[in-house]
Design a protein around this ligand. Structure first.
Ligand SMILES: *[C@@H]1O[C@H](CO)[C@@H](O)[C@H](O)[C@H]1NC(C)=O
Ligand SMILES: *[C@@H]1O[C@H](CO)[C@@H](O)[C@H](O)[C@H]1NC(C)=O
Length: 226
């Protein structure tokens, strides 16, 4: 067995010299140039096959390496997407009874206590503030609703969506004619990690809710930019 292997290796050297380096005055594969193929055709066939197999193995190794690298990159990208998942949706009311906020004298942050979802935990149910954990483009939706109690009372369904304390949008519906009203804004914002998004109740506004969830505040990451 060892002898055959040795012969094969020897053949590989000879064969490589003859086949790749020869000037080709005679057909290289017909075996009349005095190489090992002449003296031992079985060994010659074995070497040809081994050379072919080695080439194929090298090719497959290379392809496998490329695929493995691609897979690693894809897995990293996927992990990145998983890690950055962020979505919250909250509402003001969660009980049967219709409860209204006090009519605000100065702007206050509305603390939405009922949580539909808080994926990533970036919405704080104690402060009402959503803190951006990952820079990216975020979508927000804010719906306000109020009930004047009876027709003719003033109705001030209004609130402000704020980023770092600056108002970016303020759905509002104020009038005296009807008893109930609601308003909605939906928008997308490019935000940086650490930015704080909250809903403020400007002076004079008040909102009412019960477990029907008329007042909702929702935000989610569309895509991360870092
Ligand atoms: C192919 O990869 C295997 C495993 O890493 C290695 O043992 C073998 O020598 C490689 N073959 C070639 C031709 O590069
Ligand atoms: C309304 O104001 C009173 C007195 O300031 C306070 O005790 C109460 O908690 C407030 N209610 C709400 C819903 O903010």
């Amino acid at each position: 067995m060892r002898a055959i292997t040795f012969l094969c290796l020897l053949g590989a050297t000879v064969a490589q010299y003859d086949w790749n380096g020869g000037q080709g005055t005679t057909a290289p594969h017909n075996g009349n140039s005095g190489n090992v193929c002449l003296t031992d055709s079985a060994s010659c066939g074995c070497c040809l096959m081994q050379k072919q197999m080695y080439r194929m193995e090298a090719f497959f190794n290379l392809s496998l390496n490329v695929l493995e690298q691609d897979l690693e990159r894809t897995a990293m990208a996927l992990n990145n997407v998983r890690d950055s998942r962020s979505a919250f949706s909250v509402s003001l009311g969660s009980i049967n009874k219709h409860i209204c906020t006090n009519i605000s004298r100065e702007k206050t942050i509305i603390v939405y206590k009922h949580v539909f979802i808080n994926l990533g935990g970036s919405y704080n149910t104690d402060t009402g503030i959503f803190t951006v954990s990952r820079s990216g483009v975020y979508a927000f939706a804010l719906t306000v609703y109020s009930d004047a109690g009876s027709p003719g009372n003033s109705l001030d369904a209004c609130a402000s969506l704020t980023v770092n304390g600056m108002v970016v949008a303020g759905p509002s519906d104020r009038n005296l004619e009807d008893q109930e009203d609601s308003a909605t804004v939906v928008l997308a914002q490019r935000l940086q990690a650490g930015d704080k998004v909250a809903v403020e109740l400007p002076p004079g506004c008040y909102l009412c809710d019960n477990k029907a969830h008329y007042n909702t505040f929702t935000g989610f990451l569309l895509y991360a930019t870092k």
